[in-house]
Design a protein around this ligand. Structure first.
Ligand SMILES: Cc1ncc(COP(=O)(O)O)c(C=O)c1O
Ligand SMILES: N[C@@H](CCCC[NH3+])C(=O)O
Length: 416
């Protein structure tokens, strides 16, 4: 189901035409569909029914508080990678008892914060992190629940920047070193070894590598059990891809069936950390054409959104569909690069797109619910865009457009 469809001549989400949102809130503007968020979460629930997994939404994909609140109300847990993300989850009413903390560089302060908040589990990524966590938990007189993130060395077959489960990636504890790491963890007095996890990469269109990783973890789980280290949960990470253009996203039910087959008869609670697949197609970025620059070699549509708003095309050459909000625009179609106002040649949202546009027209950059606003910056002193959440006919502003005062305030206060 696509949440964004043409209705009465304009692209709309639920009962709301996107041009009315652009007029009211200005552009660039992120628009999210509450219905699509709920549907994506429910799709996981339905596919994995029977396994009753704890779904820990990966906050890094989209940390807007309204999005987190929506998932929290549906019963979701959260996968975080920083103290900042934990603060967001708590501010949104998320349950600390359903939070897992991933990431290779947890600071002692972040560990303290998470321990005091009472999170569910630390996904530990190195021996030295185990030792640090043991020390911090000891200082607080607590036991830290831990899972080891095992790097299964399987090829997720995705973009090299978002592949995480190979030997030469920085993530996790090497498969061959994991058994010894567990023995160390079990011997440390302030750690409680509860689980195992892996996350091999993002935007996967084939579940085979995920299932291969699961098979590898199960071998280790059995070796550990034989040595008296009995784990309570297995966390398979995220990684399920979405359709940006012509990809076929994996079938969740088929993935769940493979997992169920392998977990049958084992006393292991399943956890998942989906990010992109819960939010990616629940959002678009609205932007207006400022100028058309028609040239001999190339045409450019200079729009008011840029790489600071949406970094994925510049960073990964990622493809996002770009469509006119008007269903039948007046202009004749022409081929152009859709570029932003930033002083970088890499500042583009799309290349060689056939678009029927004139200056002032409104465009929607599709599939912008994940890794879009969260990766935004103030480069070229551009304010972060506003964000709205549409639910049926209700529209809620969930992030104001940043003001220049807000951007300047920090340093201004320190000027002498
Ligand atoms: C540890 C961890 N968990 C979960 C995710 C979410 O991944 P995705 O958005 O591909 O579902 C990521 C990001 O790749 C991650 O690094
Ligand atoms: N930021 C990446 C995904 C990174 C996943 C984090 N481990 C993207 O936009 O596709």
């Amino acid at each position: 189901m696509n949440a964004f469809t043409y209705r009465d001549g304009a692209l709309a989400v639920d009962d709301v035409a996107l041009n009315t949102l652009a007029e009211q809130y200005g552009t660039p503007l992120y628009v999210y569909s509450a219905t699509a968020l709920d549907a994506a979460y429910q799709a996981y629930r339905d596919a994995f029914t029977g396994l009753a997994p704890l779904i820990c939404y990966a906050v890094k994909a989209n940390g807007n508080l309204a999005v987190l609140q929506r998932f929290a109300r549906l019963g979701s847990g959260f996968d975080i990678v920083s103290g900042g993300e934990l603060a967001r989850v708590l501010a949104a009413g998320g349950d600390a008892g359903k939070v897992i903390f991933s990431g290779v560089g947890k600071s002692a302060d972040e560990m303290r914060y998470a321990l005091e908040a009472g999170i569910r589990c630390f996904n530990v990524e190195s021996i030295n992190e185990l030792k640090r966590l043991n020390d911090v938990a000891g200082e607080l007189g607590r036991k830290a629940p831990v899972s080891l993130r095992v790097n299964p060395d399987v090829d997720a077959k995705t973009h090299p920047y978002i592949s995480t489960g190979l030997k030469d990636n920085k993530f996790g504890i090497a498969f061959d070193a994991a058994f010894d790491a567990y023995q160390l963890a079990a011997s440390l007095p302030h750690l409680d070894v509860v689980g195992i996890d892996c996350h091999i990469g993002s935007q996967l269109t084939d579940v085979t590598p995920l299932v291969d990783a699961l098979d590898r973890l199960l071998v280790l789980i059995d070796q550990l059990a034989a040595a008296g280290i009995v784990l309570k949960h297995i966390d398979l990470g995220g990684g399920i891809g979405i359709r940006y253009t012509d990809e076929t996203p994996p079938d969740l039910a088929a993935y769940a069936a493979e997992v169920a087959k392998r977990l049958a008869g084992r006393n292991l609670h399943l956890m998942l950390e989906p990010g992109r697949s819960l939010v990616g197609n629940a959002g678009v970025l609205l932007t207006r054409v400022e100028y058309l620059k028609l040239g001999e070699e190339k045409n450019f549509a200079v729009v008011d959104a840029a790489m600071n708003d949406l970094m994925r095309p510049s960073l990964y050459s990622a493809y996002h569909d770009i469509v006119t909000v008007a269903e039948q625009p007046a202009a004749a179609p022409q081929r152009c690069d859709v570029v932003g106002p930033i002083c970088e040649s890499g500042d583009f949202l799309g290349k060689d797109r056939e678009l029927a546009i004139g200056e002032g027209d409104l465009l929607a950059v599709m599939s912008c619910g994940a890794y879009a606003s969260t990766m935004a910056s103030n480069y070229n002193v551009r304010p972060r865009a506003a964000e709205v959440l549409v639910d049926g006919s209700a529209v809620k502003l969930v992030r104001r457009r940043e003001t220049l005062d807000e951007i300047l305030a920090n340093e201004k206060a320190l000027l002498s």
